[in-house]
Each structure stands twice: as structure tokens, then as C-alpha cells.
Design a protein. Structure first.
Length: 103
């Protein structure tokens, strides 16, 4: 089964499709390829990337410094590394993903 996250040596890597200029910030299950993030921030001067980093940190219960954008700086589809306990982070990802994709 494909899923939008994978364990790494120091945490997990996630794929996220971003929709800027949404009415409010939300981090949701997306497809089998990526999570979905709706951000109130516009895609200007890094505002959406900063908002995404903050939202992902809050969702996964880590500090903002533990979330790194590794691909997709100017694209809608982004990849991020989240540093921390891989099993705990993967559990959070599975819970987020599973809530929308279970039966």
C-alpha cells in the first residue's frame, strides 16, 4: 500500500500538497501520494512555506526547527523531513491518514 510518509533514520519524510489562500489553516489526509494542507497565507515571499512548517510542527507535536522543507519550495507539492522518534511520528501520520481512508 502506498502512503504519503516514510520512516527515515532521524524521523519521517512526508509529501504534502499545499493550497494557499484558504479560509483557515488545516492539515488533512489527502491521497495515497500526499497529505493536503490548506494555508491562509499567500504563496508570496515564503509566507506559505513558513505557515506550512508551523502547521506541520503543531500537527506532529515537534518544534518548528524539526521540520525542514527538502523539495518543492515554489511548487504545490512539497516534501518535508520531520525530525524525531520515527515510530511516534509515523503513528501520528497513520492516525491522520487513516481517519479519512478507513472504510
Amino acid at each position: 500500500m502506498t502512503r504519503p510518509w516514510q520512516a527515515t533514520a532521524d524521523g519521517i519524510r512526508i509529501a504534502v500538497r499545499v493550497t494557499p489562500r484558504a479560509s483557515k489553516n488545516a492539515f488533512l489526509a489527502g491521497t495515497s501520494e500526499h497529505f493536503a494542507a490548506r494555508l491562509a497565507a499567500p504563496p508570496v515571499e515564503g509566507a506559505a512555506n513558513a505557515a506550512l512548517t508551523e502547521l506541520v510542527a503543531k500537527t506532529f507535536g515537534v518544534a518548528k526547527r524539526d521540520v525542514k522543507l527538502i523539495a518543492g519550495e515554489t511548487a504545490r507539492l512539497k516534501r518535508l523531513n520531520i525530525t524525531g522518534d520515527a515510530s511516534v511520528l509515523a503513528g501520528i501520520a497513520a492516525k491522520l491518514y487513516g481517519a479519512a481512508h478507513d472504510g
